[in-house]
Design a protein around this ligand. Structure first.
Ligand SMILES: Nc1ncnc2c1ncn2[C@@H]1O[C@H](COP(=O)(O)OP(=O)(O)OP(=O)(O)O)[C@@H](O)[C@H]1O
Ligand SMILES: [Mg+2]
Length: 292
């Protein structure tokens, strides 16, 4: 029995014991610096305002994005749990509004090389995590590394962030190409939604989507959907500079209103398609480990 098979058996067992699972939303981009971490944190605030328990998983190894925005350095990360005997509760840092935060640290890199005992411990910890939140937001790094791709392929819902810059649109296309052409990509199991960031109007946001979706459709035979846009906003830049979160600091700023609008749209999807909610964190990581 290999590691992945062992893990799948444990996942099956645990899924039978308890039907409740959290929603997993992965945020990614082709190009760096397009606004993923801001989207992660501000969506978390909006979901939290809607009464959801949210945990952000910073899967961008090497760049401590979310912790800088939260202004709290986590004491432990995923490695400390897998290799250092810490519990899942130990590695969750509480941020504003009780939003939880987990840093992947170097733990992500070792996920494909665990002993059977470590896999069992990881799965039971993830099962606990499933009970601790309603939504897990995964902030990945940018680009088309194998690791980002593994997260994308394992996710039921992917938010692809792109700006109107031509280089951002072409890099988004490259990431979609790597995704859609991957032999393990199952289009019924991974929905990609575009979020256009740093736009000057609704029209410009929709144009980013139309450009990208037309090439995805034409050359990859696939489809992405449009979630919406976030305007270029001076208040957001100012919030980042002063280590604030724009939707907490300036809830009426145009970007803050856009974030809550996107969050509401995502929750509408949940009502229309309840199976999205049933995917779960354990299955997400199982799927990730299986690929990694
Ligand atoms: N809507 C916006 N309006 C104005 N500035 C923005 C907006 N979104 C992002 N920015 C700017 O872009 C910078 C990068 O944003 P962010 O850190 O969220 O990107 P990222 O995609 O997570 O980057 P990385 O790939 O490095 O992780 C921010 O510091 C902010 O100044
Ligand atoms: Mg980031």
């Amino acid at each position: 029995m290999d590691q992945a098979e062992g893990l799948r058996n444990v996942v099956k067992m645990q899924n039978r014991q308890d039907g409740k699972s959290a929603r997993v939303i992965t945020i990614t981009s082709g190009k760096g610096g397009v606004g993923k971490s801001n989207l992660a944190v501000n969506l978390a605030v909006a979901f939290s305002n809607m009464g959801k328990r949210v945990i952000i998983f910073d899967a961008d190894f090497g760049l401590a994005n979310v912790e800088v925005m939260f202004g709290t350095v986590p004491k432990y990360n995923l490695s400390d749990m897998i290799y250092g005997g810490k519990s899942i509760e130990d590695i969750i840092t509480a941020g504003p509004l009780g939003i939880g935060f987990i840093s992947g640290g170097s733990g992500i890199l070792g996920l494909n090389n665990l002993s059977v005992e470590q896999v069992h411990f990881l799965v039971s910890s993830l099962h606990k995590l499933e009970q601790l939140c309603d939504v897990l937001i995964v902030d990945t790094g940018a680009g088309i590394s194998a690791q980002v791709l593994d997260f994308v392929l394992a996710s039921p819902e992917v938010l692809l962030v792109s700006t109107p810059e031509p280089s951002s649109i072409t890099d988004s296309y490259s990431l979609m190409k790597a995704t859609f052409k991957n032999s393990e990509f199952i289009k019924e199991e991974t929905k990609v939604h575009l979020v256009a960031n740093k736009v000057t109007s609704e029209t410009e946001g929709k144009a980013v989507y139309d450009k990208l979706n037309s090439v995805v459709h034409r050359f990859l035979g696939g489809e992405i959907s449009y979630l919406g846009m976030i305007p270029q906003d001076h208040s957001l830049e100012k919030a980042v500079r002063t280590q604030q979160i724009v939707s907490l600091d300036s809830p009426m700023a145009k970007s803050s209103r856009a974030f809550s609008h996107l969050a509401a749209k995502l929750m509408d999807v949940e009502e229309d398609e309840p199976q999205i909610h049933g995917f779960g964190i354990t299955r997400f990581f199982d799927s990730f480990l299986h690929r990694a």
